[in-house]
Design a protein around this ligand. Structure first.
Ligand code: ACO
Length: 430
């Protein structure tokens, strides 16, 4: 079969050039414009990358129109129902579901890297107790490069792997330490007999003075949330990790950059913003008022947890989380008024012409906060948990980028609209 091409014509000059078109496994074709500037002397302009594929990837596929999400080809619904976070992390990182021996080895690697260097305890104490845990996490993860000099050669596959394992393994420990620091409680060491999500809850909630048993339903709910957040192709934070890593920066530095990006309310920070919004609404009677504000172009307010750059249908992760939110609320606390508000808000928004026309559906962040709240997790920890789950995806994407023999530093161009060339003028003449 002959290579598909795409013709670009410059109407001003009449120059016409053909560019190769690449076909993926699923999804739209991609026009390869790498030689556009060289051949035609122009750049493309696409802030926000709305029509630009920044890389080739074999990790995740999203069909935003259909509401489909596949990790390495496996539908998210199947993984959410049948798998667990560490098996999914293995799948994302290595490309295949593990055999029993591979799984056991991976779990052992992650479990046995969950402790942090003792100096981390002193390091974290340097943060103010009222520091947002995301700021602590950005600092702590970046600082890991100062603690693990032995694995910073990004071209060495063993170093790549051990760094990824360390990052996945230590995220719950660092997250729980950030929380304990704000509470003024002693840090709790990880326990190797516990599962990944269980261990995090143990480090978050146990105190030396009392026995603490992790509720299995809470551990399962958190594990499910981690599966759903584990990977999402070239979103803003993942693209940040890739871009930071494309210079050859170590994975701890790249991951720290990704956490910083995730923090924003248009991205992972939305889960925190959803709960703040639901609390502000406070009463189902006020929903119409907030929906009207979201539609008002003069008002910057948006319905948090609604809309997505890629999904123009119900986010498949939101469907799964919604079910778990209902289950957990029914089993733990009875009826949470915020769940009622969330469900009514969803119902109204899904039938409102503005939201229907713009294809604004609930995203993954809409219901996750309700679950976190039922688990007793403070609002400022929501995005931290997102980061914990996403580390597996970030590391798989970083590894794919760094191991690509065609890797080049990410370096976009621009349309310069500043002052034209001019000469320096002495201060007394300005
Ligand atoms: N409430 C009200 N209106 C909205 C919302 C919303 N939540 N989201 C988008 N719109 C409107 C915009 O005003 C815009 O209207 P216009 O065409 O009349 O100007 C239109 O829908 C398209 O929105 P854009 O911002 O151009 O879409 P984009 O793809 O750039 O943004 C985003 C996607 C950032 C997620 C946006 O929907 C949003 O801000 N949502 C709220 C924050 C949120 O929930 N973020 C989490 C995303 S999921 C994640 O990161 C895990």
């Amino acid at each position: 079969m002959s290579q598909k091409t795409f013709t670009v014509t410059n109407n001003a000059t009449g120059q016409s050039e053909e560019f190769p078109v690449h076909e993926g496994t699923h999804g739209p074709d991609v026009v390869d414009i790498r030689t556009l500037y060289q051949k035609m002397g122009v750049f493309t302009y696409d802030p926000g990358f709305k029509s630009t594929a920044s890389c080739e990837s074999s990790i995740t596929f999203i069909d935003g129109e259909e509401g489909t999400l596949l990790y390495r080809g496996y539908p998210i619904e199947q993984l959410a129902e049948k798998s667990n976070f560490l098996e999914v992390s293995y799948l994302i990182m290595y490309g295949e579901l593990p055999t029993k021996a591979q799984y056991d080895h991976f779990v052992e690697m992650i479990t046995h890297h969950s402790m942090v260097h003792e100096s981390f305890r002193d390091f974290i104490k340097g943060f103010r107790p009222d520091a947002h845990p995301m700021s602590v996490m950005v600092g702590m993860v970046g600082a890991m490069s100062a603690f693990y000099h032995d694995s910073l050669d990004v071209t060495n596959p063993e170093h790549q792997e051990i760094s990824a394992h360390r990052l996945i393994a230590k995220m719950p420990t660092i997250a729980a330490m950030a929380h304990k620091h704000t509470k003024g409680q002693p840090f709790v060491y990880p326990l190797n007999k516990l599962g990944y999500a269980e261990n995090f809850l143990h480090m978050m909630y146990s105190v030396p003075a009392e026995d603490y048993e992790v509720d299995p339903l809470h551990a399962r709910a958190l594990d499910l949330i981690l599966i759903l957040h584990a990977e999402h192709e070239q979103n803003a934070s993942t693209s940040t990790v890739r871009l930071a890593g494309s210079s050859g920066a170590n994975p701890f530095a790249a991951a720290s950059a990704g956490i910083g990006c995730l923090w924003g309310p248009a991205h992972g920070g939305a889960n925190e913003a959803v709960l703040v919004m639901l609390e502000e609404i406070g009463d189902p009677k006020r929903i119409d008022e907030f929906v009207a504000r979201a539609k008002d172009k003069e008002d910057p307010f948006r319905l948090m947890g609604f809309g997505h750059r890629v999904y123009k249908n119900y986010d498949p992760r939101a469907k799964i989380i919604r079910k778990m939110a209902i289950e957990i609320i029914n089993k733990t606390e009875g009826n949470d008024p915020l769940l009622d508000i969330a469900m009514k808000l969803e119902e109204i928004a899904l039938t409102d012409e503005y939201f229907v026309e713009k294809k604004l559906y609930p995203n993954v962040d809409f219901y996750s906060g309700i679950i976190y709240k039922a688990l007793g997790i403070p609002t400022d920890m929501f995005t931290v948990i997102f980061a914990m789950g996403r580390m597996a995806g970030w590391m798989a994407q970083w590894d794919e980028m760094i191991s690509d023999p065609k890797r080049v530093i990410g370096r976009p161009r621009q349309n310069y609209i500043g002052a034209a060339r001019r000469n320096y003028m002495q201060m007394d003449k300005r």
